[in-house]
Design a protein around this ligand. Structure first.
Ligand code: KIV
Length: 264
């Protein structure tokens, strides 16, 4: 049985921390699921992490459906959340149509969309009316990177912090089952967490949120040159992969691979 959005909601009441990570493919989703992570987010960060784009704006519904399908096939326990890509939820009808695709054909248990009262004024309500579980996302909004003039900590200025808090409260009232807070000062992360009923899941929002999410490739040291301050690398798969590849090449060149026992 997979974890439900209601179970994620009730974790806040029980004071239990929520663990979330991104995955885009079957093998990593299987590992994350077996390791016991609560939420596997098929993030549109796939555009940057896997496809090498500079932002998430070129990620399409077709991309997200394919990756969500692969992840869903691997997952037995975690809640699978599909990130709705840029342009897929511009109005309530589009939001419902595309969210249904994630739930009906790709096997997700919920969808995530970015923005507050301006960007998704009526979308969350429309999705909830259809019984679709929604994760909100405030703070640094990667799909608005052009308007926001780049990736930066948001909510340092009083007015910006007030707007982010208002957006969080708005989404909570609209019925999101959880809320990602990205890249804001830790005091704002804590204030939002105290101000909303739903659990907050921080990424670069300090330790006062109800849970944490990271991009798996960052955690594994598979990311390129930019490393935000909030990323903790738990493994260095870049170095390990490079060493494994070099050993393989040496073995092939020097005739040590394959052995007789590895041949038919
Ligand atoms: O796309 C993504 O991976 C995300 C996380 C950073 C929360 O939205």
């Amino acid at each position: 049985m997979r974890i439900t959005p209601e179970e994620i909601l009730s974790k806040k009441k029980q004071g239990k921390k929520i663990t979330a990570l991104t995955a885009y493919d079957y093998p990593f989703a299987k590992i994350l699921d077996a390791a016991g992570v609560d939420i596997i987010l098929v993030g549109d960060s796939v555009g940057m992490a896997l496809f090498g784009h500079v932002d998430t704006l070129s990620v399409t519904m077709a991309d997200m459906l394919r990756h969500t399908e692969a992840v869903s096939r691997a997952v037995q326990h975690a809640l699978v959340v599909a990130d709705m890509p840029y342009g897929s939820y511009d109005d309530p009808a589009a939001a419902v149509k595309h969210a249904r695709m994630f739930l009906q054909t790709a096997g997700a248990g919920a969808v995530k969309l970015e923005g507050g009262s301006q960007r998704v004024h009526t979308q969350v309500e429309a999705l909830r009316r259809e019984g679709i579980a929604v994760m909100g996302h405030v703070g640094m909004l990667p799909q608005s990177v052009k308007e926001l003039k780049g990736y930066r900590v948001r909510g340092r200025a009083t007015e910006e912090a007030r707007q982010i808090l208002e957006d969080a409260v708005f989404l909570d009232r609209q019925g999101v089952f959880s809320l990602v807070i990205e890249c804001v000062p830790k005091d704002l992360g804590s204030e939002i967490t105290r101000s909303v009923q739903c659990p907050t899941i921080g990424i670069g929002a300090g330790a006062g949120t109800d849970g944490q999410v990271l991009v798996l490739y960052d955690l594994l040291g598979l990311q390129g040159t930019v490393k935000p301050k909030f990323v903790r690398t738990y493994a260095d798969l870049s170095v390990q992969t490079s060493e494994a590849v070099k050993r393989y090449c040496r073995d092939v060149i020097e005739g040590r691979y394959p052995l007789d026992s590895e041949s038919y």
